[in-house]
Design a protein around this ligand. Sequence first.
Ligand code: GLP
Length: 236
Amino acid sequence: MNLIKANGYKDLSRKAANVVSAQVILKPSSVLGLATGSTPVGTYEQLIEWYKKGDIDFSRVVSLNLDEYCGLPPEDTQSYRYFMNDHFFSHINIKPENTHVPNGLAQDLEAECIRYENLIADLGGIDLQVLGIGHNGHIGFNEPGNSFEKATHIVELNETTLQANARFFKNIDEVPKKAITMGIKSIMQSRKILLIANGPDKEEIIHKAIFGPVTPDVPASILQFHPDLTVVCSFE
Ligand code: GLP
């Protein structure tokens, strides 16, 4: 594991963007696994800036997002598809057809999970997966207690996550209760993983995830077993 302590959010974002940009420069057709949440926003902003300067080319990059709420259409400002278009894709030269987010509106959600998992395999697997972390240790939407064995699946979001994500909605009742997420199994199959965490409120969970026992009660703890994990964190 490569543990990098950053000095504040700006520094964290630049360091994380450097890891992503190195990946894309070394392999222009990289398959990037991407995450939402507030943490990666600065990383995306930095990548956009470097793209505009001509330093990175996303024209051959393919992206696969970790998760999506069930029931929100892509034009809903709270959907993860909207978030990705808004914060990243619409500012760079990635081809829209090369950007993939699970379809939370699929009639048959189980079939959508299988389609998404097959898509990851058909694209040759994920070269670099970017991850944030929830206060309860969730990665993607893999909540504590879930098995480590799952591929893409449907989850019922637990109370901690609903409360944490309510800040983006008018009130907690508007937060969708279900989501579709890559599973721990899908995430662990990525060739490289970049975990980012920012703020004093993430210090305890990062410590547990990286140095504590590996247990489904702390989903991110499984990352200790990944052969190519980079953690960039700032607790300022
Ligand atoms: C959501 C996302 C996760 C993300 C987490 C942390 O629940 N599904 O992928 O890591 O929030 O978000 P933040 O970065 O805003 O703390």
